[in-house]
Design a protein around this ligand. Structure first.
Ligand code: ZN
Length: 173
């Protein structure tokens, strides 16, 4: 009896495996199952890694989707002071205002607050043995940078240290 059950379980397992494999066959829009698993489902904007790569290009993909960090003092926005709104390069959501941007001298565009608290999600990040707080776009989950409480002399005391590669800019008066 037990042996029969085991065989049944095994057959069902094979069937599920077979179906899953079918889903992975490239039929245009379908994507391999392996890739689907990596898509975070708790964000409004969901794309596969292939789609993100095609949209963002290698450098922005590395930051936004792989939590990379751009080299300091390399961003076009690091010493850029035009009036306007900084948007997420992944999904276009408005994230930071130029009115809250300040020169932290750290090598990355820095802001003392986001446009609205709902726009960015803050997540405890213990990677590299540091208890940092990661900042991601609430709309697409794209990695933006980290927030530190060393925004001395700033109204909030915070420093949102953001990778310029994760941002776009819309000029506004
Ligand atoms: Zn986004």
């Amino acid at each position: 009896m037990r042996g029969k059950n085991l065989i049944l379980v095994f057959v069902v397992y094979l069937m599920i495996g077979g179906l899953t494999a079918c889903n992975g066959i490239d039929t245009g829009k379908q994507v391999p199952m392996k890739e689907k698993k990596n898509v975070a489902m708790d964000y409004k904007v969901n794309k596969t890694e292939t789609e993100w790569m095609a949209q963002l290009g290698e450098n922005a993909f590395e930051v936004l989707r792989k939590k990379g960090t751009e080299r300091p003092f390399t961003s076009e926005y690091e010493t850029f002071w035009d009036s306007g709104v900084y948007i997420c390069k992944g999904c276009g959501e408005e994230l930071f205002s130029s009115a809250t941007k300040f020169d932290a001298g750290c090598g990355w565009p820095s802001f003392y607050q986001s446009i609205d608290k709902s726009k960015v999600k803050e997540i405890l990040d213990n990677s590299h043995g540091m208890g940092r707080v990661e900042v991601v776009c609430s709309n697409c989950g794209g990695h933006l940078g980290h927030v530190f409480n060393d925004g001395y002399n700033q109204p909030t005391g915070l420093r949102y240290c953001i990778n310029g590669l994760s941002l776009g800019f819309i000029k506004k008066q």
